[in-house]
Design a binder for this molecule. Sequence first.
Ligand SMILES: Nc1ncnc2c1ncn2[C@@H]1O[C@H](COP(=O)(O)OP(=O)(O)OP(=O)(O)O)[C@@H](O)[C@H]1O
Ligand SMILES: [Mg+2]
Length: 368
Amino acid sequence: MATLNLRNLVKRFGDTTVIHGVSFDIADGEFVVFVGPSGCGKSTLLRMICGLESVSSGEVLIDGDVVNDVPSARRGLALVFQSYALYPHMTVYQNMAFGLENLGTPKPEIEKRVGEAARMLRLDTYLQRKPTALSGGQRQRVAIGRAIVREPRVFLFDEPLSNLDAELRVGMRSEIAGLHRRLKTTMIYVTHDQVEAMTMADKIVVLRAGRVEQVGAPLELYNHPANQFVAGFIGSPRMNFLSGTAVISGGSVGVDVPGVGVIMTHASADGIASGAAMSVGIRPEHVLAGRAGWNTVRGEVASVEQLGGMSYIRLAAPDMTAQLPGQTRLGFGDEAEMNLPPDSLHVFDADGLSVPRAWAGAEMRQSA
Ligand SMILES: Nc1ncnc2c1ncn2[C@@H]1O[C@H](COP(=O)(O)OP(=O)(O)OP(=O)(O)O)[C@@H](O)[C@H]1O
Ligand SMILES: [Mg+2]
């Protein structure tokens, strides 16, 4: 069990800085997910924590101790990669026992730990098999088992499920979540997949180009994104955005969107100049179709996806996707009317930062 603190971490490769002063804290037993686009520095950050990559400046603390100069093997962490890197000539048992044998762990202790991990991961009947005789999901479980037997202070996972097919991913996702509930060990998990992030994390760290955009609980990021990048990254399908200019009315801001009209919002007009560039965002699930109300957007239906339990309708101009409950009569080429309730709107200023609400009562709607 361990706490982790990153203090102003910087990583340079030659002249290129890829991590630009990253700071955040991870509590004991927390499940933290790093998300962000490809190349934003997720793996580099994980490797710096783990000691596989040196720190250019700043500090990594584990349980309050600076570990910058502690070699990887002595940090008490275990890293599980996307590629399982199992030894093909060894059995499952040998693959799991190998690291402990190297550390000189007594044989009975090795047998006990491998046995427990194998039971936990439902690998007990495969211990004498070679990795080539296992499925992708089973191989990934062996790689996780190899980390478990070392009883690390922190587990680090770098996109461990990205080689698996969709169905296996869902299964493994709940296995890793279950593992965390049982072991209660601090875990850091890197993924591209924002569904994984939303469903597994106690806390999500959103990274972009080597900087932290926002840190928070999944629903905190979903309900209160700090900026347009986080708003667009968290949530699937992604938030719709309409750009325009500010129209001040009373204490709140309207956004005049070319070709659409003025979208009224509950965002505060404090510090916003009339005519300033602004964007409004609305999640597909908050768009209402075919009902009279505020902020009506009309357009031709460019595509319809009927999933049975819900439908996606996309308008081409303005580009907007609505997720509707149940099934729809709308079809390609139909004229559709959508309403954007001010309660559900996110508003972003010219720098892409979220504009706060004009009054405290104007909170995001949340279902019970
Ligand atoms: N050894 C290296 N030398 C030079 N540049 C590197 C090195 N390792 C990583 N980088 C650069 O650092 C940046 C961050 O890479 P990193 O692998 O951490 O991204 P990532 O977020 O894990 O991406 P992905 O989602 O594709 O795995 C990238 O621009 C990458 O090209
Ligand atoms: Mg990576």
